[in-house]
Design a protein around this ligand. Sequence first.
Ligand SMILES: *[C@@H]1O[C@H](CO)[C@@H](O)[C@H](O)[C@H]1NC(C)=O
Ligand SMILES: *[C@@H]1O[C@H](CO)[C@@H](O)[C@H](O)[C@H]1NC(C)=O
Ligand SMILES: *[C@@H]1O[C@H](CO)[C@@H](O)[C@H](O)[C@H]1NC(C)=O
Ligand SMILES: *[C@@H]1O[C@H](CO)[C@@H](O)[C@H](O)[C@H]1NC(C)=O
Ligand SMILES: *[C@@H]1O[C@H](CO)[C@@H](O)[C@H](O)[C@H]1NC(C)=O
Ligand SMILES: *[C@@H]1O[C@H](CO)[C@@H](O)[C@H](O)[C@H]1NC(C)=O
Ligand SMILES: *[C@@H]1O[C@H](CO)[C@@H](O)[C@H](O)[C@H]1NC(C)=O
Length: 500
Amino acid sequence: MAIRLCGFFILVAASIQDCDGVLRFASYYQDHMVLQKSPERAVVWGYGSEGAQVKFTLSGQYQQKISQATVTNGTWRVTLDPVEAGGPYNVTAAVLNITAVLTDVLFGDIWLCGGQSNMLFEVSQIFNASEELKRAAHYPHVRTFMATLAQSKTEQTDLIGVQIPWSVPPLYLSGFSAVCWLFGRDLYDKLQYPIGLVESCWGGTPIEPWCSSRVLQHCGLLQEPGGGPKVNSVLWNAMIHPLLNMTIKGAIWYQGESNTNYHQEKYNCSFPAMIDDWRMAFHQGSGGQTALDFPFGFVQLSTCEKKSNSDAYPNIRWHQTADTGFVPNPRMQKTFMAVAMDLPDENSPYGSIHPRDKQDVAFRLSLGARAVAYGEQDVAFRGPFPSQILSTPKYLKITYDQKVSVTPSENIFEINCSESESPWDPKAHWVPAPIMQWGLTTVQLSTSVCSPTEQVAALRYAWRNWPCDFKACPIYSASKILPAPPFIANRTPAKVINEL
Ligand SMILES: *[C@@H]1O[C@H](CO)[C@@H](O)[C@H](O)[C@H]1NC(C)=O
Ligand SMILES: *[C@@H]1O[C@H](CO)[C@@H](O)[C@H](O)[C@H]1NC(C)=O
Ligand SMILES: *[C@@H]1O[C@H](CO)[C@@H](O)[C@H](O)[C@H]1NC(C)=O
Ligand SMILES: *[C@@H]1O[C@H](CO)[C@@H](O)[C@H](O)[C@H]1NC(C)=O
Ligand SMILES: *[C@@H]1O[C@H](CO)[C@@H](O)[C@H](O)[C@H]1NC(C)=O
Ligand SMILES: *[C@@H]1O[C@H](CO)[C@@H](O)[C@H](O)[C@H]1NC(C)=O
Ligand SMILES: *[C@@H]1O[C@H](CO)[C@@H](O)[C@H](O)[C@H]1NC(C)=O
């Protein structure tokens, strides 16, 4: 009876009650959940009376597996044998005649969805929301769970609350993350086995609260005063650390807007370091089950404020790639990125910082996941990126790493014209460079925009907060699905621009 009461309180009061000594699962193990499928082993843990022997049973149509655990320091933990995708199963923990049961449990891939308001952005708020909610009923094997927004000064072992319990869509889906849902749904279309989506995000938050002190120390970001959810590590402590013991397949992330005016210049350190740190921590927390290099996908910032002249958005977009322009790259392995700068939404009732087309964002992410996380061959998931830039006295010739679809533009490319050998000459200036001509994989720009005494010191593409209209950037993949990401290339020191 007591066991049922605890479970009951979790749903009704949306907060985890202290049921000390009573046998129960940790907050995020619930009916209808998804556990990580083979080849990884799912880790399940919970609470019990000190010293009790917990007998753990997994029962489904064809299988029954039993393992044992002892309650130590108030908790027990089992690592299941690998279970193939499918279900449903009942998961039972028993101490003598006391049992705690999870019903309708599926095995599949667990994806964690993190970030700020564009990840929090709900299914009910996107374009075609009612159609998407109706369609969701066709995906009973994509299950959703959301952690309560909570902060803590110390690392928590369990979530402080559950906002949306593990659910079968469309139950509670209207308030669930749209990007997370659409990503999981698109993956399901391809994989055809259960997907578990765990949403843990908070609007308006910079990256620092999501980072452990290891990351902050590494990037010189310690000692931040203030209060609320922007404080260093408080969301890592309350909303990520408690999840470490669960085996997961990967993570997706949509964040960075709040760092356009907060430690912007450190984002090229904090973001890659946070990815490394989460990977290490989830690997350790799951006893080695979650891969040490688990796939990590993210959305490159979209747009906000059409008239903005600030280069904060381009800078963060660049920093999101560890200043290389593309992922995966040597600093950010096993990552994938959805470019979103061509999906602006000037009239969004939620502010232009919150574009309502999340379908394209999620679809682009799912392409990256298929290629990077699932190793599917021949899935195009990156837009065109320059492999060579040649400078002649009359023109710049950019050769892309793939075929391009080009719409001429007068000003999407800009050349930095400089009188001096130093590319950082303060008298240098950025000048729009029209696209003169293009080929299958090349684009040629006029350099006559610089005066005869100046030379090309640098080149940049789409280096604006709001570079194009909706799906109307000048350069896409040949299929026209994937936009070329923004880039900046200097003559020195990297010598990215070669002279003929
Ligand atoms: C799980 O438990 C429920 C209720 O006890 C039962 O109706 C169902 O048949 C069980 N399912 C499996 C797969 O064992
Ligand atoms: C139990 O807690 C004590 C005190 O915090 C600690 O020293 C010990 O290592 C813990 N035991 C286990 C198995 O975690
Ligand atoms: C478990 O067994 C004990 C001792 O036999 C009994 O007192 C108790 O009522 C039982 N509890 C349940 C939940 O059946
Ligand atoms: C990060 O970017 C800043 C400029 O915003 C630059 O000074 C710094 O060298 C970069 N750091 C790394 C690790 O690339
Ligand atoms: C969760 O993982 C951490 C890190 O490995 C470990 O210290 C902690 O005891 C684990 N908690 C449980 C309940 O297994
Ligand atoms: C919304 O639905 C219309 C009609 O089916 C479709 O043309 C449009 O692309 C959809 N919008 C998004 C963002 O999916
Ligand atoms: C380009 O021009 C600007 C002036 O707007 C200058 O500050 C900058 O350092 C130049 N060079 C590069 C490589 O960006």
